[in-house]
Design a protein. Structure first.
Length: 493
């Protein structure tokens, strides 16, 4: 098991989950600023009022928000993303700890509303630009290469409220302007970029939120048009980067990879799993190959969708294909055509029957390290391009001992088996170029809004109600991962 020399081992975060300072530094709003906490049993909701001032409960990302709605704050309610873990004021301390751990790659995102508060401004917010410049300089100082997600769930709220969301083609121009600003500003400081985090979530969200029947067709058709506009925006960003900073690389970012197994060996189940994988490939086929796959027509037909795709769009998609594929990998799911009475499990915006061969986390996500090797091989076969695993890890409860130490062998076990599986995939011939574990420092969970669902090597003293000092301390896994990186993935003990 040999990783390429100086393999890009690192960690990952996202602005909306760790940065905080939601109303500082000239930042505009995003829907996450109005999203309450939930739990494994309770979905997160965002607080909006309809045109007549009546409160409506929208889902995460403002999903299900009626037209003309406005956000509002419930007095006394706790909005976890507003503070995150206050990376905005702690970034020097945090990046120093990452550097001391030996991290080679730090995946983070830029909050779009910090650069263009409402997306449509002519000029960017200087304070926002200065903040990220300082973050990148701090990374360089600590020997860390940044990997930057341009949009990670926190688009300016004005895109929804004023422009009717990504279905409006104007938003493509806003995104292109934003991306060009970043590439020009941070040329030479940032070498790796990702266009949209988990772009395929748009296809998974309606099912996750329990939308059914006719409403599902309506919502899905809207999602396909939004996705098309995002594909064009992503391709325009790729083209812009090649123009502005040809030495940098840019990738797509997909939730899950092809991680669905047939529940039985009934060919019907095998084909169902295959078709579900197609919905996973849908976005990366366009972003990596530069054109829609043949099965897209079938998917559109199923939802009665007609998408507005111009000849010019097609040329842009072709030219703006990404340099590498990246994805988040936590667990696998199963699917079946049979009526099975079985226990259900969760996942990253997914739900499925439990797989009896796997163990499950406290949040009901399966632990499947071989699934990582499997998906890497499938992806390599399909795309023949460099791959990065940019999210992977175990969300778990941690206990702080009386002496302040935090023993997290469960996290080490999970990561050890997954790093081993990646090494085996490299030996299989997969062109893997980087690995950033999710939440290298504890942060707010995207799915539940909890702090107690922790992924980090660095513990942050903050609880699910927003109490705590925000002090940082090191878990056992911090010292373990340091050793892993120093040995370039050879010492996993
Ligand atoms: C992905 C997101 C991350 C992260 C991760 C873990 O969907 O890109 O932002 O949060 O999942 O999910 P959770 O926080 O729900 O445990």
């Amino acid at each position: 098991m040999t990783f390429p020399k100086n393999f890009l081992f690192g960690g990952a975060t996202a602005a909306n989950q760790c940065e905080g300072a939601w109303d500082e530094g000239g930042k505009g709003l995003s829907s996450f600023d109005f999203t309450l906490a939930g739990s494994v049993k309770k979905a997160r909701i965002s607080t909006f009022r309809d045109k007549d001032g009546n409160p409506v409960s929208a889902g995460m990302f403002g999903f299900g928000m009626p037209e003309g709605a406005e956000p509002y704050t419930i007095p006394g309610a706790y909005y976890p993303n507003r503070v995150g873990v206050d990376f905005y004021h702690h970034y020097k301390e945090d990046i120093k700890l990452f550097g001391e751990m030996g991290m080679r790659l730090f995946r983070m995102s830029i909050a779009w509303p910090r650069i263009y508060p409402n997306a449509d401004e002519e000029t960017p917010n200087q304070e926002g630009l200065d903040f990220y410049r300082s973050v990148f300089e701090e990374c360089k100082k600590n020997g860390i290469e940044p990997l930057v997600t341009i949009s990670h769930y926190d688009d300016p709220l004005a895109i929804d409220l004023k422009y009717g969301s990504w279905t409006n083609r104007k938003v493509i121009d806003f995104y292109e302007k934003y991306a060009r600003t970043l590439f020009t500003e941070y040329k030479g400081l940032v070498k790796y970029w990702l266009t949209f985090n988990e772009i395929n979530i748009l296809m998974m969200m309606p099912l996750f939120m329990g939308v059914e029947g006719e409403e599902l067709a309506k919502v899905s058709s809207n999602a396909y048009q939004q996705l098309h506009n995002k594909f064009v925006a992503s391709a325009k960003a790729v083209i812009a980067l090649k123009e502005i900073d040809p030495d940098a690389m840019i990738g797509c970012m997909i939730a899950g990879g092809p991680s669905v197994y047939p529940y039985t060996c009934d060919p019907k189940d095998v084909f169902k799993a295959y078709e579900e994988q197609q919905t996973n490939f849908y976005c990366s086929d366009v972003q990596v190959r530069g054109e829609y796959p043949a099965y897209a027509k079938k998917l559109w037909k199923q939802c009665g969708v007609t998408i507005d795709v111009t000849e010019e769009d097609k040329a842009i998609l072709k030219q703006g294909h990404v340099d590498f594929y990246s994805y988040s990998y936590y667990s696998t799911n199963v699917t079946t055509t049979h009526k099975v009475e079985g226990e259900m499990s969760g996942g990253n915006f997914t739900a499925s029957l439990k797989n009896e061969y796997l163990e499950y986390s406290d949040w009901g996500w399966s632990k499947d390290s071989l699934g990582l090797r499997y998906t890497l091989n499938v992806l390599h076969d399909r795309y023949q391009c460099p791959i990065m695993v940019v999210e992977n890890g175990l969300g778990a409860y941690d206990v702080v001992e009386e002496d302040g130490s935090i023993h997290d062998p469960y996290r080490i076990d999970y990561l050890r088996s997954h790093i081993k599986a990646m090494g085996e995939a490299v030996d299989d011939g997969v062109n893997l170029i980087g690995y950033t574990t999710w939440g290298c420092i504890d942060l707010v969970s995207a799915g539940t809004g909890e702090m107690s669902k922790r992924y980090g090597y660095i513990y942050v003293d903050r609880d699910d109600e927003g109490n705590g000092t925000l002090n940082r301390s090191l878990k056992d896994s911090y010292f373990w991962y340091k050793k892993v990186i120093a040995s370039n993935g050879e010492d996993l003990d």
